[in-house]
Design a protein around this ligand. Structure first.
Ligand SMILES: [Zn+2]
Length: 262
């Protein structure tokens, strides 16, 4: 199947917004084998289109959160982009990571302003990575990509293939394909792949911001915390849609991988 992958030039500079916290309850134990986990995720060991041995984690859909405003500086929920925020993290050198913002045909059809929408989602999600890791995602372009109705795993693989040849960075896909019956999906890398890929379902801007942070956490090598572990972490489904930080173990892991995708 041929995929269209076209760079659109956009200089939209819109700021992000704060997201509203809402607890997403799960009270099941994780299991570590491949297949469906008790928290509702699916974990599959596979090889990505570049030959990296990876796990794929497919997430269930999240809760519906109030929409975040993406272009109204007068709205009280409006927050500045990470680049403009004054974080005091002088102990680390900023790591700039190129991001390729990709929307499929259903997403683009639904939102004529899809580039500014993706700008808001990515830049807002990025704030937590700047704050905690001095990882700054820099959107290099907005890409039109055509997804096939082959489900989350196929769509993830399709996007990764379509994006091959791009310089190192994070490929962030956003879909409204009817076959994408998941909240998000991502490769979990065990070593730096150079180019990392994830796909999020359009669940509204607020929920997608949480989902994107979580999927990026997978790209950086994080698995899930068990829902009943009590660990407050975006990689625990109990908190995945209400916190924007990692527990200490995942924090250390992402810290040790912070130069991945450079
Ligand atoms: Zn996950």
């Amino acid at each position: 199947m041929k995929t269209a992958f076209t760079l659109l030039v956009s200089f939209a500079l819109l700021a992000g917004s704060s997201a509203f916290a809402q607890k997403f309850e799960h009270n099941h134990r994780d299991i570590v084998e491949d297949g469906v986990r008790e928290d509702g995720s699916v974990s599959i060991r596979t090889v990505d289109p570049f030959g990296n041995k990876v796990r794929v984690v497919v997430e269930p859909k999240g809760p519906v959160l109030p929409e975040a405003p993406y272009d109204n500086p007068e709205d009280p929920r409006f927050v500045m982009q990470s680049d403009e925020m004054d974080y005091d993290r002088a102990s680390k050198a900023r790591v700039n990571i190129d991001v390729y913002a990709c929307a499929d045909e259903e997403y683009r059809a639904a939102y004529s302003n899809w580039t500014s929408r993706l700008n808001q989602i990515i830049e807002t999600a990025d704030n937590a990575y700047v704050r905690d890791f001095d990882i700054n995602w820099i959107i290099q372009g907005y890409y039109s990509w055509t997804s096939s109705s082959i489900g989350p795993s196929g769509i993830l693989s399709q996007l990764a293939s379509a994006a091959s040849g791009l310089p190192n960075g994070l490929v962030m896909g956003f879909t409204r394909d009817s076959s994408f019956n998941a909240g998000g999906i991502a490769y979990v890398y065990s070593s730096n792949p150079g180019l990392g890929t994830s796909v999020c379902l359009d669940q509204g801007t607020s929920s997608t911001i949480y989902a994107l942070r979580h999927e990026a956490g997978h790209n950086y090598g994080c698995g899930h915390d068990a829902s009943n572990s009590g660990k407050v972490c975006m990689m625990n489904y109990t908190y995945a849609y209400s916190v924007d930080y990692f527990d200490s173990a995942h924090d250390s892991l992402v810290n040790s991988h912070r130069t991945w995708f450079q």
